[in-house]
Design a protein around this ligand. Sequence first.
Ligand code: FCB
Length: 510
Amino acid sequence: MSKDLSKHLSKHFTRRDVTRAAGSAALGMTSAPLAGFAQTPAQDQPKPGQASAATFPDGFAWGVATSAFQIEGAVNEDGRGRSIWDTYAHTPGKIRNGDNPDVANDHYHRYRDDVRLMQGLGVKAYRFSIAWPRIFPEGVGQPNAKGLDFYNRLIDALREAGIEPFPTLYHWDLPQALQDRGGWQSRDTAKAFADYAGYMARALGDRANNFFTINEFFSFVDIGHRGFDKMVDGKKIRIELAPGLRVSNARLYQVRHNAVLAQGLAVQAIRANGRAGIKCGPADNLATAVPAIETPENIRAAELATREMNAGYLTVILEGKYTDAYLAAAGKDAPVFTAEELKAISSPVDFIGLNIYRPAAYVVASEGSSGFRSISFNKSHPRMLSWWHLLGPEAMYWAPRQLQSLWQAKEIYITENGCAASDQMSAGGIVDDSDRIMFLRNHLGHLRRATAEGVPVKGYFHWSLMDNFEWSEGFANRFGLVYVDFRTQKRTPKLSAAYFREAAAKNAVV
Ligand code: FCB
C-alpha cells in the first residue's frame, strides 16, 4: 500500500475500521459560520418525563431492513445463479465458526410469516435487497422468471400488509459469472448493473415506488478488494468481505470509480425504464465526522472532514468531481475517468440513504491546511458488542445534517441503524436486550433533533428485522429486533421489538 493510499484509507473510516481519521487533506481552512443553522424551537423540546413529546414529522416511515444473502437461503432454487458470497462463504476459514449461509433464515420459503412478523411490529416500510443472481443468473443475458416471481410475491404480500417496499438493487451479492470476468475491476460490471437496474425498474416499478441502488460503497469496494488487519482483544485478525482480494492501489481507485459509475448509470437506467415518479438513490455508510465541541468553527471543521473522508463515494456522486485532495493523495494511482463519466456519476438522485452505526471521527477545527483535526478514540470509549462498534449516537444527528448543509439533500432516509448484542433467550422464552433499547433510544433522540431542525429525514429503517447471517461473522452477531433460533427457524420478538413498536405507534422517541 502506498503511503498516500494508506493515509487516505485510514482516514476513510467505516464501522469495520477502528482507525484514526488524521486530518491531512489539502483543503483551505475556513471559519465561515454554518448556513441555515437553526435552533430547536423551544416548544419542540421534550420536557423531563415527557419523552412522547419528542415526535417525528407526520408521515415519517418506520421500517426495518434486511438483505437477500443474509436471510433468503434457497441458494440452489428456482434457477438462482451463484454469487461471490456463495464462493467466499464456502472457502474454508473465511466465516467465523465455519457457519454455512445456505439456509440462513429460510426467508425464501417463510417470507409470508416474516411479513406478518413485521405487521406485528407496526412496520410501515421494509428495506430488503434483490439478489442479482436470482434475476440474471449469469449477471447479464436472459432473465430468470422464477427468480423475479419471488420478489413479485414478496412485494404483493407487503402491499397487502400495508408495508411499503423499498428494494435495494445491490447488497454485495455480485453474480460469480461477472466476478470471473473481472467483477468491479471492470467497467463492464457497471454497465451490467445499469441493465439489471433498468430491468428491475420495469419489472417492479408498478408496485415499488422507491429503489435504493447500491449499499455501502466502502464496504464491498475497500474491504472487499483490499481488507486490512486489525488487533482485536490482543489478536491480529483479518478484516475482509467477498470477493476477499488484495488489489493494487491503482486498481482499488479504479474499482471505487467503477462502483460510483454503476450508481450513476443505474439512476439513468431507472429513469429511462421505470414509470415516472419512481424515486431512487444510494444507501451509503457516510463516514461521519462529529464536532467534539459544538462551536461554529468545529461544526465547519467536521463538515470539511466529512466531505473529504467520502471523496471517492458520496462526495463525487453529489458534486460530480473528485476533490483536489483525493486526487493529490492518489497521485499516479488516480482512477482513469472522463468528464462524461463524472456527469453520469452525478446523475441527480431523489434521496440519499444513510447507514449509521457510529461516528468515523470526532474532530475539532485546526489551523492546518485541512482545517480539521481528528481526535483519537480513547481506549475506554464505550463500545457495543461488535469490535468495530464504538458508541456515538451523535452521528445520527450530524450525518443527515451535514448531508443537508454540504449538499442540500432533498430527502434522506436512515437506511440502517442498529447493533449486535449478546442476546440470550431465558427459560421463559424472553430476550431482554437492554443494550439494544438503550442504543435505539439514544439514536432516535439524536435523529429527532435533526428532524426538529427541519433536516428532511423521511424515515428510519432498523437493522435488522431479525438475527441473520452477518457476513464474515456468520450467525454469531445477532442484530435483530427478533431473535432467531437457527436450528428450528423459530422467530421470537425481543424486548427491543416492543420498544420499536411503541416508538412507531407514537411516531416518537419513547
Ligand atoms: C452493514 C451492512 C449490513 C449489516 C450491518 C450490520 O454494513 O450493510 O448488511 O451487515 O452492517
